[in-house]
Design a protein around this ligand. Structure first.
Ligand code: SF4
Length: 371
């Protein structure tokens, strides 16, 4: 056809592409990889602040691989989706062990590494090695769906397969254009062909794809891609225990596969679907609540006798992407430190909390309670 999507997009990016983002223009696969992982599920404005900090602390794959996982988790604190940080660490170690610290150069090989999906592998291969590998993140899915008028369910295997085929067909012929094209596609999806108010719907209707875009032709820009039906997010409740002895607090390292996996957090009762009982417990009930936690088999009568005071805190609400959590804090002061606890429990001095990866709402709570 006379119209070349890739060339129109590259021309567009010279005038309207995003400039000056700290991760742009890199051919270093490590820098591309870190930015791509951080940008998944995190807003650009947040990544702009956190990416330079991460690169300063871990400037190379070797530095990341030899770091302590706790230091990586601490730096990731507040970015959410912590499996990304655990996978970054694991992946860097695999690159050191299997590839002597050099990133494999093809999307196919990159995709085999922990935490690197097909689209991220495509981005690294395109930016760092000029491979003709497509990307298909949420923004790109939208652009391609609209351009080709793909109306199918975006979660279905068939639709995703079709979108990959379209994404591959649109690639520029020349390998050397892959970095600029890939960046342009990301920028176009993020700034012009946006979920609401796409550029072609604005007054000037200025979009280089307009004459060929199926969704525009059919007047279905707002209907493509098909919207997901929103499910009510369930609410869970838990009790959390801030157990203090002088300037130390008792924290538990969470299991790797759990929510907030691998982070340090307060000891808690199992999460339960919302239950009105949470607000009715009294400080005198704290022993039975502690019996529902990891401490149940670890505390002796004399340990429980060393509780000097119990205070009930204000409920903390936290919203995850698919659920809500209401946490009832209990602040417990001890006369004597509990010892002989399990390997996942640690007494940590409050001054050193910054060195540990903590879930953001727990960090905020601890900071406000130590004021
Ligand atoms: S014409 Fe509209 S829907 Fe089509 S690519 Fe351009 S901005 Fe997106």
């Amino acid at each position: 056809m006379g119209f070349h999507f890739s060339q129109a997009l590259i021309r567009w990016s010279k005038h309207y592409g995003r400039q000056g983002l700290p991760w742009q223009g890199h051919q270093d696969p490590y820098a591309v990889w870190i930015s791509e992982i951080m940008l998944q599920q995190t807003q650009v404005s947040t990544v702009m602040q956190r990416y330079p900090q991460f690169m300063r602390q871990f400037p190379t794959v070797k530095a990341l691989a030899s770091a302590d996982l706790d230091a990586v988790m601490a730096l990731w604190s507040g970015l959410g989706y912590y499996s990304r940080a655990r996978n970054l660490h694991r992946c860097s170690q695999e690159i050191m062990a299997k590839y002597a610290g050099q990133f494999p150069r093809t999307a196919k090989e990159l995709e085999q590494l922990p935490g690197i999906g097909r689209s991220t592998a495509g981005a690294i291969a395109a930016f760092a090695f000029e491979e003709r590998a497509p990307i298909l993140d949420a923004n790109v899915k939208r652009v391609i769906s609209r351009f080709f008028g793909v109306t199918g369910d975006q979660q279905s295997h068939e639709t995703v397969q079709l979108l990959w085929e379209h994404a591959t067909a649109l690639l520029p012929k020349s390998k050397s254009q892959m970095p600029i094209y890939t960046q342009a596609l990301m920028d176009f999806g993020a700034t012009w062909c946006t979920p609401k108010a796409a550029k072609c719907q604005s007054q000037d209707q200025m979009c280089p794809m307009k004459s060929e875009c199926k969704a525009h032709e059919l007047g279905q820009v707002d209907l493509i891609p098909a919207k997901k039906k929103k499910k009510e997010s369930p609410t869970f409740t838990t009790n959390i225990f801030l157990i203090r002895y002088q300037d130390e607090i008792l924290l538990e390292r969470r299991a790797p596969k759990a929510i907030w996996g691998g982070l340090y957090s307060l000891i808690e009762t199992p999460w339960e679907p919302i239950e009105p009982k949470i607000n009715r417990s009294k400080p005198s009930d704290v022993t039975s609540l502690l019996n529902q936690t990891v401490l149940s088999k670890l505390l002796s009568k004399s340990d429980l006798g060393s509780i000097a005071s119990v205070e009930k805190g204000h409920v903390i609400e936290h919203v995850f992407s698919h659920r809500r959590l209401r946490m009832q804090p209990w602040i417990i002061h001890l006369k004597r430190k509990w010892s002989h606890l399990s390997a996942t429990l640690d007494w940590i001095c409050t001054r050193r909390l910054k060195e540990y990866g903590l879930p953001q709402p727990i960090r905020v709570f601890l900071e406000s309670s130590s004021r």
